[in-house]
Ligand binder design. Structure first.
Ligand code: ZN
Length: 678
């Protein structure tokens, strides 16, 4: 393992932050180094602290413990990620024999010196009871492999040497903190590290570099020991299943684990697929079922992954057989209603499921590292999991569960949306609103350049972990089906389908070139048909309902002269959607139509439709671009400019299933009497 300590980078960070205590800035530097190495720390795991002296408001010198806030990610931590606490008050708690969860949580909160600081880590007392200025803690893979392998004490002692103390597993809290403090005192400070078996490793030092370097040295020694014993073999390459079959499995599994409430609403879970070499190999290993059942590396992982992985040994060709095999595996998985956070299937790899996309990503990463650790422990002589009782204690511990963030006010969290024509203004606006509502969103367009512009704008606003851009020509059914495979392998399936791609052509019927008419029909009508048709088998496999929201047009109820190709094709698409509403209701899929009018783009994303229609309309009415916008604003009852985000809000409304509505048309036009539904 590489020691990434960089004295000049640390000095530069200190120079950048004259407003912060130097000791804290040096703490931030090495915390980020630890957080940046996934073999040491994954997503919010591990914690670090620094002890410093600071005057209080009255100028009295106080000892302060700055400790990582619970759930904060070391890789990106800043000063706001640390909670400053009254160290003297915390140290005094070492005199207690026991401390209830409630009392410990309260003590950690009331000893904060900044009321806005985050909740301190549940391992705060341990950091307080160690006298060193800097304490670093990770759940490093190599330490956990030795810890969960045969003869863990002997192997760890051989690997790490005499300056490392080993302690049996104890759940975090006062008890572990006292054990660690006592071990340190008993060695009269002649220690570089303390390992809590099946938990992780603590290192310490009087400066940031020492504590960090001891961590790297310790883990490097463990890694070297493993490789000397041949316990770090190369992962053999395992061919994946064909993409379509893998996608079908993921769609079916995700649908089967959606939570259905009595009232009829469905909570879909976010999914992430990890087809890494490690996961593909593990899934085809003869011992795969055993590895899936053998439990977590450390109880800390259990709130993220559960203690067991669902194993799906064979991926059936036929949809019905596939669903039956998954239902059977789920029934055997655990008590009624128990849902796996991870599944492993040959040729597919790991499928992680979570309340939010972030939860699923964390479970996938931990799952992947766990498979590698189990392979290594097996090579060393056998994987010995921690007692399931310890895991359950930690999994259900109220203080641990607080690490799980809520979903917030995001009605579509866990759902996957697919938006066509997203390179244009309306499609981009819809995708933005869906992302804001918590969905994972796949955007598509036939124009790769326009799609990339929108992708980068959306990624700036919402990050790219819930965003997938995929070019797709909706006039080609096979291309649409292929795009759905990619979306399913990225996000688990499709719940919200937004056929929005459309093209315009301006010509009176007398002059309308049949080939141009055909081209408009190809995109607007056939494209809508393809996008809906290709999704139906996915909706069936998922069995968890869904929403189709067709972006129709004000032109359907209220057509305009010289706009025959567009209006006729949109009317056809509208009728296809109504038929879909009839046919898909039995499987819980609702199909509704949104009728926007006069949605212009902006300087960043133009409306493809207005790029075509605008010049003609301006000419016929003698208007400039600004005048044209005013004309359409003045034409509606509410005198408003209709924006792409308004259309997006309507899509989110339907996708949120707040009303039992299907087959409906919803105008988003500021009020146009001639377009009132009759
Ligand atoms: Zn820990």
């Amino acid at each position: 393992m590489r020691n990434a300590y960089d004295a000049s980078a640390a000095d530069a960070l200190v120079a950048q932050h004259p407003e912060l205590a130097e000791a804290l800035v040096r703490r931030i530097h090495t915390s980020r180094l630890l957080g940046g190495d996934p073999d040491l720390v994954l997503h919010g795991g591990g914690n670090t602290s620094v002890k410093l002296r600071q005057p209080d408001l009255l100028g009295r010198d106080r000892e302060v413990l700055c400790i990582k806030g619970s759930g904060h990610d070391l890789a990106h931590i800043g000063p706001d990620g640390f909670a400053p606490l009254d160290l003297e008050g915390l140290r005094a708690l070492r005199a207690l024999d026991a401390l209830s969860d409630e009392a410990m949580e309260n003590a950690l909160l009331v000893h904060r010196l900044d009321a806005r600081a985050p909740s301190p880590s549940v391992e705060t007392l341990l950091h307080a009871f160690l006298p060193s200025a800097y304490v670093d803690h990770t759940h490093a893979d190599a330490i956990l492999v030795l810890s969960n392998g045969p003869d863990p004490e002997a192997h760890l002692a051989l690997a790490l040497g005499p300056r490392v103390a080993l302690l049996p597993y104890t759940m975090p809290g006062l008890g572990l903190a006292k054990q660690v403090g006592d071990a340190y005192d008993a060695a009269s400070g002649e220690l570089d590290a303390i390992v809590s078996l099946q938990h992780g490793v603590f290192t310490f030092g009087d400066d940031a570099e020492t504590a960090y370097t001891r961590m790297i040295d310790c883990v490097t020694r463990a890694e070297r020991f493993l490789s000397e014993r041949g316990a770090d073999p190369e992962v053999p390459s395992t061919p994946p299943l064909d993409r379509l079959r893998a996608a079908r499995l993921v769609q079916t599994l995700r649908g089967a684990t959606a939570e259905r409430e009595d009232g009829g609403s469905t909570h879909r879970r976010a999914a992430r697929v990890r087809a890494s070499e490690e996961a593909l190999h593990a899934a085809s290993d003869p011992a795969a079922a055993e590895h899936c059942a053998s439990g977590v590396l450390t109880p800390d992982h259990a709130i993220r992954t559960g203690n067991r992985v669902l194993y799906l040994p064979a991926v059936a060709e036929d949809d019905e057989a596939l669903r039956a095999s998954i239902d059977e595996a789920l029934a055997a998985f655990g008590p009624e209603g128990a849902r796996p956070d991870l599944a492993l299937a040959p040729g597919v790899g790991l499928v992680a499921l979570g309340k939010t996309p972030r939860d699923a990503t964390i479970a996938a990463d931990i799952g992947d590292h766990t498979l590698r650790a189990k392979r290594m422990a097996t090579a060393l002589g056998g994987y010995v999991p921690i007692d399931a009782g310890h895991v359950a204690d930690m999994e259900h511990w109220s203080l641990q569960r607080k690490k799980l963030g809520g979903a917030g006010a995001t009605p579509l969290v866990g759902q996957v949306a697919f938006v066509t024509g997203a390179g244009g203004a309306i499609g981009a606006g819809i995708a933005e609103r869906l992302l804001a509502a918590g969905a994972s969103v796949a955007i598509s367009d036939v124009d790769a350049e326009r799609l990339e512009t929108v992708r980068s704008l959306l990624a700036d606003a919402h990050g790219d972990d819930r965003l997938l851009a995929r070019t797709c020509d909706v006039t080609d059914l096979a291309a649409v089906e292929d795009a759905y495979v990619d979306v399913s392998l990225a996000f688990g399936g499709i719940d919200v389908l937004v056929p929005n791609a459309g093209v315009a052509h301006v010509a009176p019927l007398e002059e309308l070139d049949p080939a141009r008419f055909q081209a408009v029909i190809g995109v607007n009508l056939m494209g809508t048909f393809h996008v809906i048709r290709a999704a139906i088998p996915i909706f069936r496999r998922q069995g968890s309902g869904g929403n189709v929201v067709l972006i129709s047009s004000k032109n359907v109820p209220d057509p305009g002269a010289a706009f025959g190709a567009y209006s006729a094709s949109k009317a056809g698409a509208h009728q296809v959607a109504k038929i879909a509403a009839l046919e898909l209701a039995p499987i819980g899929v609702r199909v509704n139509m949104v009728n926007p009018d006069a949605v212009f783009g902006d300087a960043r994303v133009s409306s493809g439709l207005w790029d075509v229609v605008g010049p003609d309309r301006m000419r016929s009415r003698g208007l400039d671009p600004e005048g044209l916008r005013d004309y359409y604003r003045e034409r509606n009852l509410l005198k408003v400019q209709v924006l792409a985000e308004h259309v997006g809000n309507a899509v989110v409304f339907f996708a949120s299933e707040l009303t039992p509505t299907t087959g409906a048309s919803f105008p988003v036009d500021g009020g146009v009497p001639s377009a009132f539904p009759r």
